[in-house]
Design a protein around this ligand. Structure first.
Ligand code: FAD
Length: 412
């Protein structure tokens, strides 16, 4: 008798985990990964700055966003962070935990994660990998599904798991093509926008500060209304702003396109504006005989200080500190707490880590990841209208949802 077959479209993190989970659930099926690139797992290589932050100790459903963020709950409970650490331990990855619960392979090499996953797939006799298979159409037929590639190959399967990712970092494989497949199969796709990405702003301030980091807060205002606040390490770049708080805000900014968007940075979040003003007054006393370019030395980054000084009305930094007048000091205190940037755009799909928006989760069973509209069709990973915080959460979603989809699809 012909073995029943599951086809997995996409050999990224979630597709690989789905293949392993399906194969281990049912030894009497064939599992075929169809991958459009020449190798599977290309994106994994780029994760965590080449170190692969593959999960986070603190993962909970509150780290995820989308129309229905609690869609992640069941999968995260079924394949937990503990299960992820166990799983990777068993395939040879020694794990180390860093700040804020972020977990990496001890080797510090993302390549070791993909190597270990490939080795695991190699040992599973019922899994085959077909690369260079760029899926452009899926037909539901009586016996299951027919999957067509752009060069007119066909793969027949009893069940299909679509794990093709979103639109982020298309050079690593995920080019959004699977959204078209799902649309054609009758599924809704929510609004897509690049997330966990740098932001382009007006550049007159940031240009001279490129490369400088500070710990502060970033508030986002849309059409004048406060929308969100994030804190952490913020980086100035020659085109705008970067760093984890900016990445977090990028999803909101991507969605609100066309509106008036501002980011306001607080350089000294631990202090109230009046306290900063008092500090500045004291500094004017103790540093009175120096020039203004020394006014902020030892308080905030010198270059940021010079920008604040100029923005507050100091025309020449050679001015003696004792000659700074009260109104300028008040403006300095205000600017340290409210350094304002007008947002031009996000830094685009090419630089984004994930996709905000995706396949409508309401059309899928959260216990199995199976479509409520097309029997035998499953999804997992970033393709869903789900994305997580920066810090290992997105890969955890890929592992957990891939595990659940693979296990349930294999029960035939
Ligand atoms: C630079 C960068 C760094 C990141 N760092 C981290 C990190 O440290 N920690 C973290 O948790 N997350 C990180 N992420 C996010 C994380 O990598 C993704 O959320 C996760 O890989 C998504 O997995 P996925 O399997 O759903 O999709 P993907 O990894 O995108 O895989 C989809 C696969 O499907 C294939 N495919 C797509 N369409 C088709 C088609 N039509 N036919 C055949 N194959 C197709 C693609 O080629 C690809 O191999 C990072 C992302 C980027 C871009």
């Amino acid at each position: 008798m012909m073995k029943r077959k599951i086809a997995i479209i996409g050999g990224g993190a979630s597709g690989i985990m789905a293949a392993i989970s399906a194969s281990l659930t049912n030894k009497n099926i064939t599992v075929t990964i169809l991958e459009r690139m020449d190798r599977i797992g290309k994106k994994i290589l780029a994760t965590g700055n080449g170190r692969c932050n593959f999960t986070n100790r603190n993962t909970s459903m509150y780290n995820f966003y989308g129309e229905e963020p609690d869609f992640v709950k069941n999968a995260l409970e079924e394949f937990t962070v503990g299960d992820t650490v166990d799983f990777f331990g068993k395939i040879g990855i020694l794990v180390k935990e860093e700040k804020d619960g972020k977990m990496y392979p001890y080797s510090n090499q993302a390549s070791s994660v993909i190597d270990a996953l490939r080795n695991k797939l190699y040992l599973l006799e019922n899994v085959e990998i077909v690369t260079g298979f760029d899926v452009c159409d899926i037909k539901k037929v009586k016996s299951g599904f027919e999957i067509y590639s752009t060069d007119k190959k066909m793969c027949a399967a009893d069940r299909v798991i679509i794990a093709g990712g979103g639109c982020a970092a298309p050079n690593l494989g995920s080019n959004g093509s699977c959204f078209k497949l799902l649309k054609k199969l009758g599924h809704g796709i929510t609004k897509l926008s690049p997330a966990l990405v740098q932001i382009k702003t007006t550049t007159e301030i940031v240009k001279g500060l490129a490369g400088i980091k500070f710990d502060g807060t970033a508030e986002c205002y849309i059409d004048g209304e406060f929308t969100a606040k994030e804190e952490g390490e913020i980086l100035f770049t020659d085109y705008g702003l970067s760093g984890p708080p900016i990445f977090q805000l990028s999803a909101i900014i991507g969605r609100e396109w066309g509106k008036d968007i501002k980011i306001i940075l607080d350089i000294m979040p631990e202090y109230e504006q009046r306290e900063i003003y008092e500090i500045l007054r004291q500094r004017r006393e103790i540093l009175s005989e120096l020039s203004c370019e020394n006014f902020f030395v030892g308080m905030i980054n010198k270059k940021i200080g010079n920008v604040i000084a100029k923005k507050s009305g100091i025309e020449k930094l050679s001015l003696m500190i004792k000659n700074i007048d009260e109104s300028i000091m008040r403006r300095m205190a205000k600017n340290i707490k409210n350094l304002e940037f007008r947002v031009i755009e996000t830094n685009g799909w090419k630089n984004a880590q994930v996709t905000a928006g995706g396949v409508d989760t309401g059309e899928f069973e959260r216990e199995s990841m199976e479509s409520k509209k097309v029997k035998g069709l499953y999804c997992c990973g970033e393709i869903f209208d789900i994305y997580g915080d920066c810090g290992g959460y997105n890969l955890q979603w890929a592992w957990s949802s891939g595990y659940v989809a693979g296990k349930n699809a294999a029960r035939i």
